[in-house]
Each structure stands twice: as structure tokens, then as C-alpha cells.
Design a protein around this ligand. Structure first.
Ligand code: AQP
Length: 347
């Protein structure tokens, strides 16, 4: 990846023009989503002109969902509780703006099979039984490209698991622009977070913490109270050596590296700095320290999320306004795309 910007603590440069990012309401918000994405979305509110934060329900249905409506409302409550300001950022549900799926189809005729075949996330998510995976799961990155390109996005903050999809978005935008000889789409810059970019399961340091994949004990959910956090952290897999004082000492120790990475990301310091505090500690001591930091950062957000989730009328109002706003802002670009495709205008 050549053009990505590494986004760490805050952003000191000029204001970014337009930021887009999405999260699937495929379960509850977990620590990986928070550290790898949402906390950066919150900081970007101070250093960007326009922001679109999208609950990507059309992506979530690429695998079966048991209670999508409830999950979507809960995810909206979680984002608001983490500090997304629906007055200054556009917070909306993907399916409420039909331009996403309309553009997704058009772009699926621009993307090449060979490009999609390289996507590693499909391979990971489809697993061994690829024949049974939905077609939607396969073309998911094209819909993601549509999400991003609809709004003239210049920057896309994501965890490093999404880098490849952003490269694909850039390829699609360039091919479309070149094909019609016009700059219809801005070519976005991936904005890869420097810390918390990949939080791993507490039970297995080689597997990403995820809403649907990792076991409940491997995942810290925003809804977890202090007791649940303490239980999960104390049961987290570790090794038998004390923590090192230098980063090199974490090499090959996946679980230790993950826990120290979580601690550093929560404290908003580099891993080397974190190790100056916790190097030499036994895991049982370090886990107590980690539980305290998790409690400070996550528990108040979980309480606020529960309060907001109980007010469905308010959440619906926020999402309705966001959806209308998003649709109005994407209409102009969608019209230019239809014209570029030479679709007959029948009304
Ligand atoms: N473990 C993680 N560490 C760091 N960042 C993460 N993200 C997800 N998991 C981690 C980032 O969160 C944002 C939203 O993710 P998503 O919901 O769109 O999709 P995902 O990456 O597939 O998330 P999950 O939690 O693993 O969901 P399921 O289990 O439903 O597939 C993204 O920016 C992602 O990088």
C-alpha cells in the first residue's frame, strides 16, 4: 500500500475534506471496533469538514442475521454513546439511502473478477465451504466501494483488515473515471489507524476479535459491566513469562502482545511507553491494571449506550434525519453517474 496515511493520536494536518466509514450491525460493538475504528471516528470530528458514519446493514445481511432491526438500533446507540455527534456528523443506516445499492450494481460491472478473487477477507469469512457462501459476501467489497465513492470521500479511517478493500475502491474509482473520461469519483486515501488496528481475541491471539467470529469470552463487548470485563480478562490466555520492558520481548508472544496493545491503545500511548509502566509485571498483576483501565474507558460508555437504547423514539429520529441528509447529499453524484452510464432518463 503506497498512499495510505497512518492515523495515530489525533491529526495535526489540514482539515480533511470528507470522511466516510461504516460498521456492520452484525452484533454488539466490541473493543476491537472501538479501538480500531470508532474512537478515531470521534477524534476525526474535530479535524474534518464532513463526515458520514454508516450502519452498513446491507453488508451485515451477506451472512444470516437473527435480529437485524434490534442490532441496528443498538449499534446506533453504541456509536452515540462513544461520542459520535449526530448533529455535526451524518449518522445513518445504509439501506435508508437506496443510492448505495444502485451504485453498488453499477460498480459491480466495473470491478473485475480477478480483483475480487484476490480479496482475502472473503476467503477468511467464507471458510472452507465457499460454495455455500452468499454471492453478496463475495461482492461485498464492491458495495463498500459504492458506500465510499457516493459522497466524494477523501479519507476512510479503518482497521488494517480493511486495507485491501480500500485498494479495490481506488481501482474501481480510477477505472470508472477513466472509462467515462470524467472525474466523477474522488480517489480516497485509506486512513489506517496506528494503534488498536487489530485487536485479537482474548482466547486466541491469532484470531481477530469479532462480533460474530470469536467466542463471547474472547470478546469484550461495550455492554459488558466491570464484573464481566474482569472475568474475561482474568481468563484471557497468556504465557508463563513476566512482561518484558522492551517491545522486542513481545515477539512471538501473540497473547501478551495483544493485551499490552489493548492497554497502550486505551491509554493512548505507544507500546514502548506502555511497557515502561507494566514491564516486569506478572500477568495476574497486569490483568488487574488492565481491568481498571478498561473499566474507566468502557464502562461509562456501556451505561450511556443502555440509556440511549431504551429511547427508541430518539434513535429513530436521529437515523431518519441522517438518512434523509445522506440521500440528499448523494443525489447529485448519482445523477452524474447515471448520465455517464447513458441510462435513458425516462422522467
Ligand atoms: N478486532 C478488530 N481490531 C481492530 N479493528 C477492528 N474492526 C473490526 N474488528 C476489529 C474495525 O471495526 C470497523 C467496523 O467493522 P465492521 O463491523 O464493518 O466489520 P468487521 O471488520 O467484519 O467487524 P467484526 O467485528 O469482525 O464483525 P463480523 O464478526 O460481523 O464480521 C472496521 O473499520 C474494522 O476494521
Amino acid at each position: 500500500m503506497t498512499d495510505s496515511t497512518i492515523f495515530s493520536r489525533g491529526f495535526a494536518g489540514e482539515k480533511l475534506a470528507c470522511v466516510f466509514s461504516g460498521i456492520q450491525p452484525s452484533g454488539g460493538l466490541h473493543l476491537g471496533n472501538y479501538l480500531g475504528a470508532v474512537r478515531h471516528w470521534v477524534s476525526l470530528q474535530d479535524c474534518s469538514e464532513r463526515r458520514f458514519y454508516c450502519l452498513v446493514d446491507c453488508h451485515a445481511i451477506t451472512v444470516s442475521q437473527s435480529s437485524l432491526r434490534d442490532q441496528t438500533l443498538s449499534m446506533a446507540a453504541a456509536l452515540l454513546a462513544c461520542g459520535i455527534d449526530a448533529e455535526s456528523s451524518v449518522l445513518f443506516v445504509q439501506s435508508s439511502n437506496p443510492h448505495h445499492t444502485e451504485l453498488g450494481w453499477i460498480l459491480s460491472c466495473v470491478a473485475r473478477m480477478g480483483w475480487l478473487q484476490r480479496m482475502t477477507q472473503f476467503k477468511e469469512k467464507a471458510g472452507k465451504d465457499r460454495e455455500q457462501a452468499s454471492v453478496g459476501l463475495y461482492v461485498y467489497p464492491v458495495l463498500m466501494a459504492a458506500d465510499i465513492l457516493l459522497y466524494g470521500t477523501t479519507h476512510v479511517p479503518v482497521g488494517d483488515d480493511q486495507k485491501q478493500h480500500l485498494e479495490l475502491t481506488r481501482d474501481i474509482a480510477q477505472r470508472f473515471n477513466h472509462g467515462c473520461g470524467k472525474e466523477i469519483f474522488s480517489v480516497p486515501t485509506p486512513f489506517i489507524v496506528a494503534s488498536g488496528a487489530r485487536v485479537m481475541s482474548l482466547r486466541d491471539g491469532s484470531v481477530k476479535m469479532s462480533k460474530s467470529g470469536s467466542s463471547a469470552m474472547g470478546r469484550l463487548d461495550l455492554t459488558d459491566g466491570l464484573d464481566e470485563i474482569a472475568l474475561k480478562v482474568r481468563k484471557a490466555k497468556t504465557d508463563s513469562t513476566v512482561l518484558p520492558s522492551e517491545e522486542a520481548g513481545l515477539e512471538g508472544r501473540l497473547e501478551a502482545k495483544n493485551l499490552v496493545g489493548i492497554y497502550a491503545a486505551l491509554r493512548e500511548v505507544e507500546v514502548s511507553e506502555a511497557l515502561r509502566d507494566v514491564g516486569g509485571m506478572s500477568f495476574s498483576k497486569f490483568k488487574d491494571v488492565l481491568v481498571d483501565v478498561l473499566g474507566e474507558v468502557m464502562v461509562p460508555k456501556g451505561e450511556e449506550m443502555r440509556r440511549l437504547r431504551a429511547d427508541e423514539g430518539y434513535l429513530m429520529e436521529v437515523l431518519k434525519k441522517g438518512g434523509e441528509h445522506a440521500r440528499a447529499l448523494s443525489e447529485g453524484r448519482m445523477e452524474r453517474v447515471r448520465r455517464a452510464m447513458e441510462f435513458l432518463e425516462v422522467d
